[in-house]
Design a protein around this ligand. Structure first.
Ligand SMILES: [Zn+2]
Length: 196
């Protein structure tokens, strides 16, 4: 058995699409989501949301319509994500750098506004947006590709996903694998395969 595999919860699976499949009730393995090193008990709480891609069509009639419908039908998954000390500090560093870029851009924009308004405003807006994007990206250690009532398909680091047992069932199967708790009802989606 590969080292590390025994330490992982068997409830987690590796999907054919290279995504980690997390059952809603399964605890996060004590492993870094990026590099699979020991997380040493550290967990980062992340509330993730997902809705089907077709919902974006509703932006055409109006953003408010889209926002309201998305709020109603979106699915959520709360992950307590493991991170190793190295990726913890890297994440903190990137968050700090993004925040510094955003704040310093706005500050230097207002400072230089009198002498050169056009350039100051352009650099201020560009730096402010870039900083906020960096913060937004670094905030989330994992990204959901699909969420149902029972499972979340998560884009995680390759080493972490590779350490999970493969889901070896056909995508049309009703249950994911022996021993995986799946409730008594009929699943809305099969647990394996590429999310829609
Ligand atoms: Zn790591």
């Amino acid at each position: 058995m590969p080292a590390g595999q025994a330490a992982l919860s068997q409830d987690w699976l590796r999907g054919e699409s290279g995504l980690a499949i997390a059952p809603m009730s399964a605890p996060w393995p004590d492993r870094c989501v990026k590099c699979n090193a020991p997380a040493e008990g550290y967990r980062l709480k992340q509330s993730l949301y997902w809705h089907p891609a077709w919902l974006y069509v509703l932006i055409l009639p109006g953003v408010l319509v889209y926002a309201v419908v998305a709020l109603v039908i979106r699915k959520s998954y709360v992950g307590h994500v493991g991170l190793c000390p190295s990726h913890r500090s890297r994440r903190r560093w990137i968050l700090g750098a993004g925040a510094f870029l955003a704040i310093s851009s706005v500050a230097s924009c207002s400072a230089g506004f009198g002498s050169n308004p056009g350039v100051s405003l352009g650099l201020g807006v560009f730096g402010g947006i870039a900083g906020m994007v960096i913060v937004q990206v670094a905030t989330f250690a994992v990204r959901p590709k699909k969420i149902t009532e029972a499972y979340a398909w998560l884009k995680c680091g390759k080493a972490f996903v590779a350490s999970l047992p493969a889901a070896s069932i056909p995508s049309t199967a009703q249950v994911p694998a022996p021993g995986i708790p799946y409730g008594s009802g009929h699943p809305a989606e099969p647990p394996d395969g590429m999310p829609g």
